[in-house]
Ligand binder design. Sequence first.
Ligand SMILES: C[S@@+](CC[C@H](N)C(=O)[O-])C[C@H]1O[C@@H](n2cnc3c(N)ncnc32)[C@H](O)[C@@H]1O
Length: 214
Amino acid sequence: MSDYPYITDPTIQAYCHQYSKSLAPALSALAKETEATGQLKMISGPFLGQFLRMFAMVIQPERILEIGTFVGYGTRCLMQGLTDTGKIYTLEKSDDYDTYSRQAFASSARPQSIIQLKGDAAELIPTIDEVWDLVFIDAAKRQYSTYFELVLPSLRKGGVILADNVLWKGKVVSPDNDKLCQGLDLFNQKVFEDERVDNVLLPIDDGVNFIVKR
Ligand SMILES: C[S@@+](CC[C@H](N)C(=O)[O-])C[C@H]1O[C@@H](n2cnc3c(N)ncnc32)[C@H](O)[C@@H]1O
């Protein structure tokens, strides 16, 4: 039993997983390979991956920004919604994960549609001259407010930001939460108070803040 509240009742969660279609076999293979890094919990996983993939397929973005690549699992889910001329930029600061994902992308269906940049996301974002249709925030949890401020000016009107892990296994409502968790809590409050956006905080997976620019 977790020390923290479950985001959704575990039996409901199991039911949702049971009756949600699974992702392509290539992504299951990538998830299996990721086990070798010992950091499997960092990938979006099949449930959120399917949500990202379907969401992107519905909005058909021309430009996607993913902040935090890891092994490229989320990238490969999101890019399935790209238009024929679309591009996804993905940012990663770790040398190891940058190398790992570059190799994984080389064998993906559309490697030419992926622009991978290595470095600190907060430094890289201002150097990219694009207008975003969709931004997936999934890197340093204490930097979410910084990422939000950096991407908002170049998000098109009606463009979407999906921010992952914003409930942090339910710890955001716990009185003994840590600095990382407080950062996520402050981010959620900031988005709620921001007149430039609409948002709905969804208890999907580890919590997704779904934000639309007005
Ligand atoms: C949760 S993982 C990303 C998972 C990926 N988006 C997915 O859906 O499978 C977070 C990644 O962000 C990277 N990261 C952390 N801080 C960062 C920063 N300041 N700039 C760029 N990347 C960062 C980590 O090295 C890690 O690979």
